[in-house]
Design a binder for this molecule. Sequence first.
Ligand SMILES: [Zn+2]
Length: 549
Amino acid sequence: MNIKKISFLIFTFLLTSSLYAQGLLEDRNNFTRQDTLRGSITPEREWWDLTYYHLDIKVNPDEKTISGKNTIQYKVLKSQQVMQIDLQEPLLLTKVTQNDKELIIKHDENAHFITLLDHQNIGDINSVIAYYEGKPREAVRAPWDGGISWKKDNNGNHFIASSCQGLGASVWWPNKDHMYDEVDSMDISVTIPKDLMNVSNGRLKSVVKNNDETITTHWHVANPINNYGVNINIGDYANFSEVYKGEKGDLDMNYYVLKDNLEKAKVHFKDAPKMMKAFEHWFGPYPFYEDSFKLVEVPYLGMEHQSSVTYGNKYKKGYLGRDLSGTGLGLKFDFIIIHEAGHEWFANNITNIDIADMWIHESFTSYSENLFLDYYYGKEASADYVIGTRRNIQNDKPLIGKYNLNNEGSSDMYNKGANMLHTLRQLVNDDEKWRQILRTLNSKFYHQTVTTKQIEDCLAEESGLDLKGFFNQYLRTTKTPVLEYKVEGKKLNYKWSNTVEDFTMPIQIEIEGESQWITPSSENKTLKLKSKNAKIKVDRDFYIDIKAL
Ligand SMILES: [Zn+2]
């Protein structure tokens, strides 16, 4: 990577909201066998369906090591004997057992192929135990590179957190590291020095004192969870909580912050129940009532860890105190609380099967920022904000990445994706219907992993619109549609250019202040005007370019 590219990246990093992970910063064409093993549903993965994990580990902060085991329970879908488990170097998969018998492991860098001794009968629920140890990759620029952040707080206490979006959870624990198969429930047991606390996902079941100056925290996740959503956060935490009266009843909202920040957090985290109110309105009930909602302070910016959203925005409004939209509206809320919690609906509830479809996570969640503003500050303010974020769009690559290679699309999946959805709201042209569509997505695909096709089809079906050209244009090309028009006497000539086949998006324009829909295509069309040389204004809510000839 050359200096120019690095400074460009730093520039984009500062400007955009992009919480994109490692891999996205590289424009890759040279994929390896390891990318395929990591990113595809291999024969050694597809025959078994995950049902339950029990991750049971000891974290040694002074040595920066982790050791322990993961019990992997699964249902046999096809009778096969070889199973793929992922664990990234330099961690070592030391042993795998089934029914107390040690199994042979064939290591292939980060993928490990286990030959099972017992016959695998279709429909059986079986389990293996994977033992591992070592020094996991250290996160240098979390959450963008991923791994473990081994930090200290201002009082010299250990302050440790995992983050692994994109890179994959196998950077710190052994699992089936592909998004398509979410485990149904999970237990997370973490042993740490006794003066610290560990916060993971779900509910805290117990904290057990051991006789070697350590404690073990036991957390239980009752809902399906994606691998990168699983996390450990270890620090000298203080805790406060509230009960939120939500659409599905009482929701426990718990906050874990460094002890020194307790008073500050009690004021600043008022954005959390505000967020819950706005997002339940737009998207439907919070998807994980059983697991509660938590906001957990960490030594990096933040991440959408399911039911334990991590927070490191330094108790500032906006994105570390900056407004990404340039309108001032971005300073009305804490970006990390709103954005990362928005992912509970889009990323954790509705999860992409292949990371190439990560727009499903980031476009809707970036769009959720403007819906939060809409709820509290009105439609005009929300439009100002999302339109303001267009300045960060680069149109460098399509939003959809390459399939089966663990490859993400362009970071435009944030701002361009949000503007695409804002444009779709205009096409639906009925705000209550639009809200119901967003809620339908969350009920129809409740706790599911999905493809872009499922989302595109659902949006088309629910809206009653033909959106094939629309999605092909915005998701699969870097081209911005251009509305070309020319007023000639009492005639308006208009057409779309720079578009894909079948792009016939209608658009709202004002003719002498009077609003009207037109439906351009790639062919010239003409509209009769009431007066000569009428003034034309194109609705700013549509993400397009305009060429007045
Ligand atoms: Zn995000």
